[in-house]
Ligand binder design. Sequence first.
Ligand SMILES: [Ca+2]
Length: 211
Amino acid sequence: MLGGNTAGGNKNTTTNHYAYYSSKKPITENVAMVVSPYYQHSSHSCSITFRYRIIGGPGASIIVSTQLIPLHAISSEETTEEEAADWVNPTVRKIIPSTKSEAILTNIGIGEVGYPTRIRIECHSGESKNTNIITECFIDDIRLTQCEEHIWQPNVCSMDSQPKRYLCHKFAEQKCIDFADVCDMHDDCPNREDEDNTIHNCIQNVGDKKN
Ligand SMILES: [Ca+2]
């Protein structure tokens, strides 16, 4: 259900775990993580469950967070994952310290998310300079429960045209408008879709807009 991709760290694909990371060095600057697609809606009851095991020194942890992409990022040119990480600081949902026990099933509330939001499960090795300590993260059986999630699709008029323009798409009458006209408190789309807070999370995104 979660899908997504992984970034950073050393993912060992020879194990039969969904994700397995191991590191001898602090990887706080290059965090290994599983990242979901962006969701544009989830229900209040949304939560993520997965089975985990983490072994490591002081500070080693699994961190579950959500990250919202701001409006100006959607309308900008091609951007890298690194740049995306700089746009907003993820909201931490849970920090799981290292344990010596067997795999544990956890359930972490995500709740209703703004538009568009993705979920990150990160493996941190902590601050220890002792390179003899190996951090290992095992992640399995990732599921979203009671989320009624909708995967976000960028609503762009044409990928070729420059600058990119927003496609009013929610109603029968489609129309292209400038991204600057989304959440500007003036109705531009049919049925004022461009000012719909449930679609664009306008209240939060107004502060993120360039200019
Ligand atoms: Ca508008």
